[in-house]
Write a protein that binds this ligand. Structure first.
Ligand code: MF3
Ligand code: CO
Ligand code: CO
Length: 273
């Protein structure tokens, strides 16, 4: 069954978890500078999540079924051609011109908040800036397609259309997901697809939208560490993610950050009973 807010307690829980996850991205920004290692960023986030927010970093020891190694760190750091699930490492020092996705998932009082954003390390290339901007636009266009009565496929359609209009490509191996008391729940939220396809969205459903958009071809491969996804052609990839809940006329975004402005959909939640 799809993750959904069933009562006021769930709603308050999802709001608090989302706000906590967003605050980690707000905290870490000033630390993303040339010379810092992705392991140092992980340590800062881990400490903030555990000691300041008193939350659980959901990625730490996540997965591990079917012979896979559990994820060994508290955040994902995906640099340049890394599509997602990059593992923070003491050997990975950021340098001027790198672009980086930091993906944060926290558990607060049993509820998950999952969100990611792109950071520039020093001065970015024209291509990197354009890819990052278009990918964020893809997220927002996906979000704009969300309302009760819309179809899940409307989201993927809006994202794919925008990405491909800019001659970028959509990664297909990973998707957004239902979220709540479970980290990765039904439904799968594809970032490509056809208008009018898929389930009908209902008030109170909670899921993420997290498009991964490539500058080159859409194909990826997984590194021997069993987690890190990279573009096959080693061209740049970008990703942005929010956790939201469907409302009658749009959605409530639980992981919204102040820097995103006030003009985004923040419809007052109508809780599905
Ligand atoms: N936060 C990622 C997502 O958006 C999942 C990370 S799972 C991990 O779904 F184990 F790699 F951390
Ligand atoms: Co997610
Ligand atoms: Co995430």
């Amino acid at each position: 069954m799809a993750a959904r807010v069933a009562n006021e307690l769930d709603l308050q829980g999802m709001r608090a978890a989302g706000m906590a996850a967003a605050s980690v991205l707000e905290m870490i920004g000033e630390h993303v500078v040339p010379g810092v290692t992705t392991d140092a960023l992980d340590a800062l986030c881990h400490d903030y999540i555990v000691n300041t927010l008193e939350c659980i970093p959901a990625p730490l020891n996540y997965g591990g079924g079917g012979g896979q190694m559990p994820f060994p760190k508290s955040i994902c750091t995906s640099v340049n051609h890394v599509v997602c699930h990059g593992i923070p490492s003491a050997g990975k020092k950021l340098k001027n011109g790198d672009v980086l996705n930091i993906d944060i998932t926290v558990i607060k009082d049993g509820y998950h908040g999952d969100t990611s954003k792109m950071f520039f390390v020093g001065e970015a290339s024209v291509l990197a800036k354009r890819l990052v901007k278009v990918t964020q636009e893809c997220l927002y266009k996906g979000i704009d397609a969300v309302r009760a009565g819309a179809h899940l496929g409307d989201i993927g359609y809006a994202i794919q259309r925008h990405a491909e209009s800019q001659r970028f490509t959509v990664v297909r191996e990973f998707c957004g997901h239902g979220i709540g008391k479970v980290f990765h729940d039904a439904p799968q939220v594809l970032h490509y697809g056809r208008k009018g396809s898929g389930i009908v969205l209902e008030e109170g459903m909670c899921f993420t939208i997290e498009p991964m958009i490539n500058a080159g071809k859409r194909y990826i491969k997984i590194l021997p560490d069993q987690w890190t996804a990279v573009t096959k052609d080693h061209k740049l990839s970008a990703q942005w993610e929010h956790t939201l809940m469907v409302t009658a006329d749009g959605c409530e975004i639980f992981t919204w950050r102040a820097e995103e402005g006030v003009s985004r959909p923040t419809a007052t939640a109508a809780v599905a009973q």
